[in-house]
Design a protein around this ligand. Structure first.
Ligand code: PEP
Ligand code: MN
Length: 340
């Protein structure tokens, strides 16, 4: 792949000191890597679910971001939700903005922002909407493409699809992959931080995104994640970020697009299955507790027989029924062992 687009920085600006420390450490990391940071990210206005949560420092932080651009030479990007915020950023010299997943569900708000940046040399990053709706994301991208801004970048941060998943947000890889087919020249980056919700999953998701042909990564990076005022579990330290980037493979062989998509779909199903099985284990533990409290036997053969027959009706194909029967038996055996 050509040089990956690298976007990194804290979820939110919390203080001038936190900003400078994080930026300074990231600056050193990119120099050691021999790469360039395309954008330093830092949220100034945070859309929070809970009104009592940290909402960002707002206008106060804009001059600090402008100073960073001068002292470290990388462009800074921040999230905007309103046209007043766009104007404030423009005045402060911040010309890279992202549209968050919550704003991205509302085409009316997105259009207002698109009108505010019309014909101007802004870089606009459009995150996917919270809901898994390709057309909504595509429509938002179109608004900025039609507004003729300097550059448009799509950001995949996963979706709230209502299903059990090990990640904070479901990848639904088929959506960004379909977007890539529709807009082969539009850069699309993955945001593994918001997708995963926890640093433990970030390396695997980041590598998958590169394998699927994404053009780069937006990652949350904080000098002291444990003390962060938002998204504590998903922020990497600059050292962890450096290590991650060093270990990723950016040399991806272009391969069959249909195969890439089917692999992505399988990955999606497998992560859901894995989360469902973990959930099943929790329920089994709860059942074991209730049985113990009521002096009931662990194994209730008749009941299992009925359950199994119901499940097996789902399989029409004999080979699949055979697989399902073996799989259910394994599930049953392991839950008995667990209960004992
Ligand atoms: C963020 O990037 O800090 C953010 C709020 O992201 P999202 O809109 O993807 O939740
Ligand atoms: Mn965040």
């Amino acid at each position: 792949m050509t040089k990956p687009l690298l976007i990194a920085g804290p979820c939110a600006v919390e203080s001038e000191r936190q900003l400078l420390t994080t930026a300074g450490q990231l600056h050193q990391a990119v120099q050691r890597l021999g790469l360039a940071l395309d954008f330093f990210r830092a949220g100034v206005w945070k859309p929070r679910s809970n009104p009592a949560s940290f909402k960002g420092l707002g206008h106060e932080a804009l001059p600090w971001l402008a100073d960073l651009q001068r002292s470290f030479g990388f462009r800074v990007c921040t999230e905007v939700m309103t046209t007043a915020q766009v104007e404030a950023c423009e005045k402060a010299g911040i010309t890279a903005l992202w549209i968050g997943a919550r704003t991205s569900v509302n085409p009316t708000d997105v259009q207002k922002i698109a009108d505010a940046v019309k014909g101007k040399p802004f870089t606009i990053m459009v995150k996917n909407p919270l809901v898994p709706d390709l057309k909504l994301w595509q429509g938002n991208l179109e608004r900025f493409l039609m507004a003729d801004v300097g550059q448009v970048i799509a950001v995949h941060r996963g979706f709230a699809d209502g299903n059990e998943n090990i990640y904070r947000n479901a990848p639904c890889w088929e959506i960004p992959i379909d977007l890539k087919v529709l807009y082969p020249n539009l850069p699309i980056v993955c945001d593994p931080s918001h997708l995963c919700g926890h640093v433990q999953w970030i390396p695997q998701i980041a590598q998958l995104a590169l394998n699927y042909g994404f053009n780069g990564l937006m990652l949350e990076c904080h000098c002291n994640p444990a003390e962060a005022l938002s998204d504590t579990d998903q922020q990497l330290t600059p050292a962890e970020w450096e290590n991650l980037i060093r270990n990723l493979s950016f040399k991806i062989n272009a391969s069959n697009a249909d195969l890439i998509k089917q692999r992505a779909l399988l990955e999606h199903v497998d992560t859901q299955l894995s989360a469902l099985l973990a959930r099943r284990m929790e329920i089994v533990d709860e059942i074991a507790r209730i049985k113990k409290e009521n002096n009931l036997p662990v194994v209730q053969p008749q009941q299992w027989q009925q359950v199994k027959e119901r499940y097996l009706k789902a399989g029409q194909d004999p080979a699949y029924r055979e697989f399902l029967a073996r799989f259910l038996e394994l599930l049953h055996q392991s839950s008995i062992q667990r209960q004992q």
